[in-house]
Design a protein around this ligand. Structure first.
Ligand code: NAP
Length: 249
């Protein structure tokens, strides 16, 4: 059986693109909440590789553990973990933000990532091998106006990545943080709660990254020789220089 890649947030955007590119070489465990999307992606990628899907909310640790337990034993030997599930919820001044948005970002982007990692890392340690790729963001390197809690969640991902690198150094596990700028996915639509007009403004007059651009970088990282770990990488579209410096031609 092929080595196994476990991808969270596989139902859209970067996670879906990573699933497609890794299907060439790995068996896949694909996660997300949208059951129909998972089924359709499984139907598509099963033509290339073996696929299992786990449908659960990443905030629910019990549900994660139960669905993982239901996998056949050989499917539990995860080799690659792509900690990708996450979103921004809202974009407000700090004193005007909604508690429900703050809870969602901390619970999904930070605690959800930790729950999955807590489950998979001991398996990697047992088999003395593994690659973990955490999806951070430029928002985890620079705070921008109204980014406050989303930025905090991605700064946390950055710190967790560094913590993993330090703590897993003795266990033959590579850990990498991938930090994109603007990528055109469902991200802006989720952030603005389905408001297409606001979401489109995010990508107005620039050529953003595509999720496939990010997936190709992740594929490159995974395919470095055994002695090489790319520990941290930031990827911008050509017209972006920082969180706030964007040339809208
Ligand atoms: P996206 O298209 O909205 O995809 C987000 C994915 O996360 C979906 O598959 C979604 O699946 C999953 N997800 C969200 N909440 C979840 C939950 N509670 N439980 C389980 N799965 C959940 O956005 P994307 O741009 O690909 O984002 C992927 C990652 O890249 C995120 O961590 C994001 O912060 C990061 N990122 C994005 C950008 C950008 O500009 N797009 C830039 C920097 C970093 P379900 O809805 O099916 O659950």
């Amino acid at each position: 059986m092929k080595k196994i890649a476990f991808i969270t947030g596989a139902t859209s955007g970067i996670g879906y693109s990573v699933s497609k590119i890794l299907a060439k070489d790995y068996a896949l465990i694909l996660c997300g909440r949208r059951e129909l999307r998972l089924k359709n992606i499984k139907d598509e990628l099963s033509k290339i590789t073996e696929v299992y899907t786990l449908c659960y909310d990443i905030r629910d640790n019990e549900s994660l553990n139960k669905s993982f337990e239901s996998l056949p034993t050989e499917w539990k030997k995860v080799y690659i973990l792509i900690n990708n599930a996450g979103n921004a919820h809202g974009m407000d001044l700090i004193h005007e933000g909604r508690i429900s948005d703050w809870d969602a970002m901390i619970d999904i982007n930070v605690k959800g990532l930790l729950y999955v990692s807590k489950l998979i890392i001991p398996i990697m340690i047992k088999f003395n091998r593994g690659i973990i790729i955490n999806l951070g963001s430029i928002a985890g390197k620079e705070v921008y106006p109204k980014g406050n809690v989303y930025c905090a969640s991605k700064y946390a991902v950055d710190a967790i990545t560094k913590g993993m690198q330090v703590d897993l150094n003795n266990y033959n596990i590579k850990v990498c943080s991938v930090n994109p700028g603007l990528v055109e996915t469902e991200f802006a639509l989720v952030r603005f709660k389905g408001d297409k007009e606001k979401a489109n403004l995010v990508y107005d007059k620039i050529k953003p990254l595509t999720p496939d651009d990010v997936a190709e970088v992740i594929y490159f990282i995974i395919n470095r020789p055994d002695n090489v770990n790319i520990s941290d990488i930031t990827i911008f579209p050509k017209n972006q220089a920082s969180s706030t410096v964007i040339n809208r031609e």
